[in-house]
Design a binder for this molecule. Structure first.
Ligand code: CA
Length: 230
């Protein structure tokens, strides 16, 4: 299997060093940059599998870097922050980060999170290539493309996973815990608020594209995808 390449965007040298050391000894290719503009350039050049992005950078901050990355790339983003506030976490996830780790963190935990995020991609890659087709939506698990009302739907990697799992279970309610385990992995120990944030984003994008409410909230339980199969 191809070596996964990770771009680390961090201005603190001590953290650069420890992150590089742990990731390299876990078998990843690692490139380190210390500012946002350089990160945007390197993502284009290197096409990394994952970006570890510090929130607090001089000049362009991590939120802006993530927002700009999301305009052109579906690359996985793991955010690092000294701030552990729920509001920051949710803001980071809303902007398209796939996971969020608060400093100080254990390097082993960082490696575990990286592995969990990359495992999601591999699990998708080996799933059967059946294109799911509905009245308003079609989803190709292999190419990671979704079409809504005949137009490509712009989704981040994690948003795509959320939509795919809901659509595979059309007409059935998935609980937050089920979605967490299907999309983020059973070893994810974050808050299930993350599920609400992502489902909300996917639902809004679907609604903008089709004018239909295709993901229903089942109060106190979870979410259900309701588009009719063709
Ligand atoms: Ca920093």
């Amino acid at each position: 299997m191809k070596l996964s390449h990770i771009l680390v965007v961090e201005d603190e040298i001590s953290i650069q060093t420890i992150v590089r050391t742990y990731l390299e000894s876990s078998g990843y290719g690692v490139t380190v940059v210390d500012n946002g503009p350089e990160a945007l350039t390197q993502v284009q050049l290197l096409q990394p599998d994952l970006v570890i992005l510090d929130l607090n950078l001089p000049g362009m901050d991590g939120m802006e870097v993530a927002a700009r990355l999301r305009e052109t790339s579906g690359v996985y983003i793991l955010m690092l922050s000294a701030r552990g506030e729920e509001a920051d976490r949710v803001a980071g996830l809303r902007i398209g980060a796939d996971d969020y780790l608060t400093k100080p963190f254990s390097p082993r935990e960082l490696v575990a999170r990286v592995e969990a995020v990359l495992r999601r991609r591999r699990e998708t890659a080996v799933s059967p290539a059946t294109i799911l087709t509905f009245q308003h939506l079609s989803i190709d698990p292999d190419s990671h493309e979704a079409m809504a009302a005949g137009q490509p739907l712009e989704l981040t990697a994690t948003e795509f996973q959320v939509l795919l799992e809901l659509a595979k279970n059309v007409g059935r309610v998935l609980t937050r815990d089920q979605l967490l385990s299907l999309v983020w992995g059973s070893d994810y120990y974050g808050n299930d608020r993350v599920v609400d944030v992502y489902v909300g984003q996917v639902r809004r994008k679907l609604q903008d594209a089709t004018g239909q409410l295709l993901i229903e909230t089942v109060r106190g339980i979870g979410y259900k995808f309701v588009d009719q199969r063709k």
